[in-house]
Design a protein around this ligand. Structure first.
Ligand code: ATP
Ligand code: MG
Length: 226
């Protein structure tokens, strides 16, 4: 089954002379468990695509199907729950709660849902991300890169079916970037999570199962590499 599918997905910003077609009739589908790298020049429409898939913004035209359910057909409440469970977003910007410690920040979404976190997986994630001796610290006591890793840990432990990551290694050095990619690959393998990863880094793109190249709002190449 294709876990995620779009049909003629189109996003137009502005109107008249300031009209920009950021996504132009994009139709594609992603199999469950696939790790997909999305590449393309700056301004080509990558983040726009992720925002639409993640429900941050609505398409001008076209459809999105998650597990064969068309998103716009769901009622607002149902949609919010469905999206939260199914789709996890990792941005370059992360909103940590300043008044609770790192451990609570990571576990909060799970606890709010009344789910019991898998502490073995928690320890694994925290270990790989080098956060084990930061768990009792508050977000304000962390560096930018550490805060970014806390946000990534939070998304991973929640284990949504689909992870949408917009340059999650954007501000990090090579060692930390590699660790994050290893973690994404681990969660992809261990839990069959489907991952869409925007990256400008060719080395990272080559770690994926498939590379989709977006230029001027269109998919210009789509290659399965493993
Ligand atoms: P980058 O690699 O620089 O992050 P991108 O591929 O993610 O680029 P998008 O952010 O998707 O690019 O932007 C696609 C196009 O849509 C760009 O021309 C951009 O200027 C435009 N755009 C994006 N968001 C808006 C917005 N809120 N209003 C108007 N235009 C926008
Ligand atoms: Mg972008």
């Amino acid at each position: 089954m294709d876990i995620l599918r779009t049909k003629n997905l189109t996003k137009v910003y502005g109107e008249g002379i300031s009209k920009i077609i950021a996504l132009d009739n994009v139709t594609f589908s992603i199999e469950k468990g696939q790790l997909v790298a999305i590449i393309g020049a700056s301004g080509s429409g990558k983040s726009t695509l992720l925002h639409l898939l993640g429900g941050v913004d609505k398409p001008t035209n076209g459809q999105i199907f998650i597990e064969d359910r068309e998103i716009s057909s769901l009622k607002e409440k149902e949609l919010a729950l469905f999206r939260r469970r199914k789709v996890g977003l990792i941005y370059q910007f992360y909103n940590l709660i300043p008044t609770i410690d790192v451990k609570k920040n990571i576990l909060l979404p799970m606890l709010l849902d009344g789910r019991t976190p898998d502490m073995e997986y928690f320890n694994e994630i925290v270990g790989v991300l080098g956060l084990e001796n930061r768990l009792t610290h508050y977000p304000g006591q962390l560096s930018g890169g550490q805060q970014q890793r806390v946000a990534i840990a939070r998304s991973l432990i929640y284990r949504p079916a689909i992870i949408l990551a917009d340059e999650p290694t954007g501000n990090l050095d090579r060692k930390n970037s590699n660790e994050i990619i290893e973690l994404l690959k681990l969660s992809n393998k261990k839990y069959k999570q489907t991952i869409l990863l925007i990256t400008h880094d060719e080395k990272i793109a080559l770690e994926a199962d498939r590379i989709v190249d977006i230029e001027d709002g269109k998919i210009i190449s789509d290659e399965v590499i493993r």
